[in-house]
Write a protein that binds this ligand. Structure first.
Ligand code: MLT
Ligand code: ZN
Length: 469
């Protein structure tokens, strides 16, 4: 029997025939994430039902040196879940149970394949709150959120995924199960190993279970979108909110170009204001009591001082959703508009205005090269998504990416001088392996390689992702 057939035979015996997929359509679906740059080419898709099955699969793959791509909701934007080299995709999708929820000790324990939204909804049903929030929440899975240390829309208030994780169960490359899955809030007994797996993009182990923090349910939200003339004004508005004692739970921005594309792709979305402004800020305030006056007096001062030119305030939960739509529809609108190449950078929050000034001449020059730059993102965290776009009829996607990457290199050199990050939230995956050097020193990369060798000496887990061994 051919080697591959032997392996498939073993997987079918271990999981049951229905849970080893080799059909061309399944390979295409499970072999890629939301990046479209790589061809999907896995050998098979494995769908274990529990930790024990994951352990048996990995033990076998380790013994036979078979490459494995751990896979969640595949909503990633860096190619971290792409299988393009004949790997075995290990999908956690069947491991989608909520295991327990404790609203006194405020934690929820789940399998890795539950979606972010399922956790949010289970928390809400129990009168508490799970703080990670992403536009992709309906599909993204908790294991993937942890493996990429997802940031999302509420990081400014609650931190990213790392801050939500209390405990983890992880299956190591050789099949050993590491049980770090306790709800302890404090534990200073040596190295806190769980943190190594958070943001490791599936290179150090496969996360099978997690215990996550819950919060009291915030009772009242207020939100508004402001039309703003300049980036320094965006920063002024943020610091003024602090002076008014407001608890910001989201501070997002997008440019008029992003706004126009959302309105173009979603005709039901009318332009926010009769006049166009260079930037729009979406801010959300969270409160445990209803208090409209503080928010209104803050907005009054923002307009009076000229930090914003106009404002639209959500007066009902329907309007609240409507406002958020302008921000949440950007990614999807850009994808239906044409070719998109994505950046996901960050600098220290206070340095954003200077950084954007410094890269503005680059964007102007590269604009002559038929690239349109669309900026949006988590401005309150210093995390900007720079999307390079062009209409599809202008040429092939691969040619466009070559052009976009050349422009990106110029931006990354400026970013390096700010000690910024080439990936603030999407991860390095396959897309940014060559760019890791802009944000990490050679010493740091060498230490990361040594750690990876300890956990996965045969380099079977997500090989080639983040960096090569
Ligand atoms: C977002 O902030 O909407 C996500 O990171 C997705 C994206 O960058 O397109
Ligand atoms: Zn983002």
């Amino acid at each position: 029997m051919h080697q591959v057939e032997k392996h498939i035979e073993f997987f079918k015996e271990t999981l049951g025939v229905s849970y080893v997929l080799t059909d061309a359509n399944d390979l295409q679906t499970f072999g890629r994430d939301w990046t479209t740059l790589f061809d999907a080419c896995p050998t098979a898709v494995l769908l274990p039902a529990n930790t024990d099955e994951v352990s048996r699969l990995l033990k076998y793959c380790h013994e036979h040196s078979l490459p494995v791509v751990p896979s969640g909701g595949r909503t990633g934007l860096a190619g971290g879940a792409v299988a393009s080299q004949g790997e075995y995709v290990l999908s956690l999708s069947r491991m989608n149970k909520i295991l327990s929820i404790n609203t006194k000790a405020m934690y929820i324990s789940v399998e890795a394949g539950v979606t972010t939204q399922m956790v949010q909804e289970e928390a809400a049903r129990n009168g508490v709150f799970f703080a990670l929030d992403l536009a992709a929440k309906g599909s993204s899975q908790i294991g993937g959120n942890i493996s990429t240390n997802a940031g999302g829309l509420k990081l400014i208030r609650y931190g990213g995924m790392r801050e939500q994780v209390l405990g983890l169960e992880v299956v190591l490359a050789d099949g050993r199960v590491l049980d770090l899955n306790t709800p302890l809030r404090k534990n200073n007994t040596g190295y806190d190993l769980k943190h190594l797996f958070i943001g490791a993009e599936g290179t150090l182990g496969v996360i099978t279970r997690a215990t996550l923090k819950l919060m009291p349910q915030p009772r009242f939200f207020q939100s508004a979108i402001l039309g703003v003339a300049s980036v320094p004004h965006i920063m002024e508005i943020m610091s003024l909110s602090g002076q008014h004692g407001l608890q910001i739970s989201a501070y997002e921005f997008f440019t008029d170009a992003a706004h126009k594309i959302v309105c173009q792709m979603h005709p039901q979305k009318r332009p926010l204001f009769t006049e166009a402004y260079p930037y729009y800020v979406l801010l959300e305030i969270e409160n445990h009591q209803e208090d409209r006056s503080a928010f209104e007096s803050f907005l009054g001062e923002v307009l009076e001082k000229g930090f914003a030119k106009d404002a639209v305030i959500a007066m009902s939960s329907r309007e609240f959703k409507e406002l958020w739509g302008y921000r949440e529809l950007i990614t999807e609108s850009l994808a239906s508009y044409g070719h998109v190449y994505k950046n996901d950078i960050s600098v220290a929050v206070g340095e954003l205005p200077a950084f954007l000034d410094d890269i503005s001449p680059i964007m102007q020059e590269e604009g002559k090269n038929d690239i349109t730059f669309i900026l949006f993102g988590h401005v309150g965290d210093g995390n900007i998504h720079i999307n390079y776009i062009a209409p599809k009829k202008g040429g092939s996607y691969k040619d466009f990416v070559i052009k976009a990457k050349a422009a990106e290199q110029r931006i990354f050199k400026v970013l390096q001088s700010y000690r910024g990050s080439v990936s603030a939230e999407h991860g390095i995956g396959l897309i940014k392996t060559a760019d890791l050097k802009y944000s990490r020193t050679a010493e740091e990369i060498a230490i990361m390689q040594s750690i990876r060798r300890i956990f996965d000496p045969k380099d079977i887990l997500n090989p080639g992702k983040i960096f090569k061994l």
